[in-house]
Design a protein around this ligand. Structure first.
Ligand SMILES: [Zn+2]
Length: 149
């Protein structure tokens, strides 16, 4: 393990998870704010457990922050996709993804991703504590809402 001033280097839960499950390492660079570490790590654990339980190969294409929201892009080796559906539409952008056959592993992955996105929207991007204030695209707790700017 990498040493840093004699102390073991601290890793985020996401980094620790990906060291143990390198097959889920996203193949496109990207990362979420540190405050989303728990949310992203929990969703990766759930996706890994789902892949193991179903035998369906699931790859993480990327996870990242976009317009203040968590995006987790996956590739699922299952013939369960339907046509594109609109996830979100604003004057600035349209978020599309392929739909999923009900009851499929793809649908379950989308439920995990949607739950993670909803959870990330409620926590401080700096520390992961419950958010109390939105500034711009981002959520902050009471401590970090005053310290950020
Ligand atoms: Zn905070």
């Amino acid at each position: 393990m990498t040493q840093n001033n004699g102390e073991p280097q601290r890793r985020t839960r996401v980094e620790s998870f990906l060291l143990q499950q390198p097959e889920l390492e996203p193949h496109i660079d990207g990362h979420g704010p540190v405050g989303w570490d728990e949310v992203i790590a929990d969703s990766l654990f759930e996706i890994a457990a789902l892949a193991k339980a179903t035998g369906v190969k699931i790859r993480i294409a990327q996870f990242k922050e976009k317009f203040g929201k968590l995006r987790i892009y996956t590739e699922i080796d299952e013939l369960s996709s339907t046509g594109f559906e609109v996830i979100e539409r604003t004057p600035a952008h349209v978020h599309l993804r392929t739909g999923a056959v009900p009851g499929s592993t793809r649908e379950r992955v989308q439920q995990i991703v949607d739950a993670a996105t909803a959870r990330a929207a409620k926590v401080c991007v700096r520390c992961g504590q419950p958010a109390t204030l939105t500034m711009g695209f981002y959520q902050f707790c009471s401590e970090h809402s005053t310290a950020y700017w």
